[in-house]
Write a protein that binds this ligand. Sequence first.
Ligand code: C2E
Ligand code: CA
Ligand code: CA
Ligand code: CA
Length: 279
Amino acid sequence: KEFAGNCYQLFSSDIENQAVEQIQLENDLFKALQKGNEFELYYQPKFDARTNDLIGMESLIRWNHPELGTLSPGHFIPLAEETGLITLLGEWVIRQACKQMKIWEEAGYTELIISANLSPQQFNQKEIVQVVADILHETDLPPYHLELELTENLIIHNTEQTLKTIGELKGLGIQISIDDFGTGYSSLGYLKDFPVDTLKIDKSFIDDVTTNKKNAAITKTIITLADSLGVNVIAEGVEQAEQAVFLAQHGCHWIQGFYYSQPLPTKTFERHFLKSYSQ
Ligand code: C2E
Ligand code: CA
Ligand code: CA
Ligand code: CA
């Protein structure tokens, strides 16, 4: 009994500490958004699975917190979503990605596609299409350079409005991909209505794709599905050469993961993957 009591106390003070930390972090997030210079985009390269050519990069946000150091999105994106700050933060991400891509396009990288992750709240804000249109205009980036990664769960809900928004975003000339594809509890029926450009096979299928028959079958099926729909397909979370070989052999178009590179800060990315910067 005494033991259980102690456990409970430990547990309750843990929860209190957590709550205090959350509130502190929420405050910091609010302040950081006003200052604007604590956030940074890292870029993870994407490659053609057959030729190994660089085809683009995914933008992944980091927060350089003055006391806590570099924070991964898992530490603050959920908080930004709960508090509604994600709208502002997400807008910063799209703007930053477009600014960076404009610089690279002017340096001669006219074929690369930069992607940004869009959270459901951000996608569902009324002004999202206008926000993206304004950013494209302001940064003077040709729209085909920008891709937005949406999660499947977002597409399942609120179908009519979602369809309209995706149509309008596509109308701007940008690309839409479905992130973490295969993990949502959805029927595939929506795919015939939604004008998406790319399916991104979730890492959970790729992890053991060379040893688990079921995940191999799912992966092959998604690739076939993409081909018959006439959309692109990319695998995320590729960590081993054997996975890359499997994916190339089965006709996966594009590929991304630690096997090729972690997400990198701008300068490091340029040095490693953009020839004209590496001299
Ligand atoms: P995601 O969109 O599925 O992004 C992929 C995550 O997996 C990234 O983590 C990336 O660093 C990691 N990753 C990539 N390749 C590998 C690999 O081979 N092995 C392993 N173990 N991991 C790999 P990160 O950067 O921590 O981002 C986590 C999640 O946070 C993202 O998942 C995305 O949902 C969200 N996120 C990141 N940046 C943004 C953003 O700007 N806006 C929004 N709304 N969400 C973001
Ligand atoms: Ca993503
Ligand atoms: Ca993903
Ligand atoms: Ca994932």
